[in-house]
Design a protein around this ligand. Structure first.
Ligand code: GLY
Length: 372
């Protein structure tokens, strides 16, 4: 049973600690965009695999500003957001939602500045250029024939650009991408595949596959967390009940499969995983569950999702996961995994883990305040 006052205090402590870690990062390594730590240090020569993380530092700085109201965080947040503006026309990655929703969207929410909004719209328009008519999906950074579950976290920016501009073609692309992902990457039990491969000549679906999970037919935990959160966002924009049902199925799979502390391994199917935790998946799931608790029309589910999200955060704000008692560790949240097969960022802090952890902690503080 969670003690809500204790959890509130742990969440406040986590924010204060995050402020210290972020201050250290931006003053020690100015204008550097880390991805994952190596033995707790952000700066190292490790491989990136793909460039998808450059919004998560600015995103955390905006979250610090929203939490504290202190001008210094806003200045830093604007600075790190501006540093990635040129990525609005980046056609090499499928991650423009990650980059711009975390940063420029928060900037726009704070200011209502139409020039800021225009950058968001352009990023959404660029992402839509990845759409494959044959197959009806946004292609991953890997190849034309590849659809990733991760793109569900990015497609929201296309819905947004469509809504802002009234462009029906953009709306169709976002909607079709979600329907294709739902059909081929989400299974009947709510588990998800990381990747779908298509015949680029005919558009026919060929098979499920994975890069970061255990097996092609298993469920990589972070991928499932991306789907849980991303289908919730798709429902938020479209109000298409199929997307809410899909998000709920993913949420329920996560809850059924994960130990009571709320933190999954890298993939639920891996026998005796050498590292028992993928904390970034837990942080993403917690934040997505807070969203779903507001989106669902079923009060029992709303209670379950909020309660489970709080349970995850009770674990993540504890000494095993919060790096507060680990001298010299530069990240916020320990025990994340980036790419287990490639040996990148295994049992480390990650920029997205820290970002979604802080986002979820901010939501928990709000939820605990509403119900206390
Ligand atoms: N490439 C996105 C992820 O590792 O989750």
């Amino acid at each position: 049973m969670i003690n809500r006052n204790t959890l509130l205090s742990k969440c406040e402590t986590a924010f204060e600690f995050a402020g210290r870690q972020l201050e250290h990062l931006v003053t020690t390594h100015p204008d550097f965009f880390p991805m994952y730590t190596r033995q707790g240090k952000w700066k190292h020569g490790g491989e990136a695999w793909t460039n998808w993380c450059e919004g998560f530092l600015g995103g955390q700085l905006w979250l610090m500003y929203q939490h504290t109201g202190q001008e210094i965080w806003r200045q830093r947040a604007e600075h790190y957001s501006r540093l990635i503006e040129h990525r609005k026309s980046d056609r090499a990655v499928h991650d423009l939602g990650f980059l711009f929703w975390s940063t420029w969207k928060r900037w726009y929410d704070v200011t209502g500045d139409t020039a800021v909004n225009q950058v968001l719209i352009e990023a959404g328009q660029t992402l839509a250029l990845r759409f494959k008519e044959k197959g009806q999906y946004l292609r991953s950074f890997v190849a034309d024939d590849s659809l990733f579950i991760d793109i569900m976290m990015n497609v929201g920016i296309i819905f947004y650009a469509a809504q802002q501009t009234g462009d029906d073609a953009l709306w169709r692309i976002a909607n079709q991408h979600c329907l294709t992902t739902r059909r081929y990457l989400v299974r009947g039990d709510g588990s998800t595949s990381h990747e779908g491969l298509f015949n680029t000549e005919t558009g026919a679906f060929i098979r499920q596959s994975t890069h970061q999970g255990w097996r092609d037919d298993s469920s990589w935990a972070r991928g499932l967390a991306w789907a849980l959160y991303g289908f919730g966002t798709a429902y938020y924009f479209s109000r298409d009940a199929r997307f809410l049902a899909t998000a709920q199925a993913c949420a329920e799979y996560y809850i059924e499969q994960t130990p009571d502390h709320g933190v999954p391994p890298n993939d639920w199917a891996e026998p005796n995983p050498p590292y028992p935790y993928e904390s970034s998946a837990a942080a993403i799931a917690a934040s997505g569950l807070f969203n779903l608790a507001r989106l669902t029309t079923d009060p029992t589910r709303a209670w379950l999702y909020r309660d489970y999200a709080l349970r995850i955060l009770d674990t993540l704000t504890g000494p095993e996961f919060l790096a507060i008692d680990t001298p010299g560790w530069e990240g916020i949240l320990k025990h994340g995994i980036y790419h287990q097969r490639k040996g990148l960022g295994v049992d480390e802090s990650t920029m997205w883990g820290d970002h979604f952890f802080l986002e979820a902690v901010a939501k928990a503080i709000k939820a605990l305040g509403e119900t206390s």
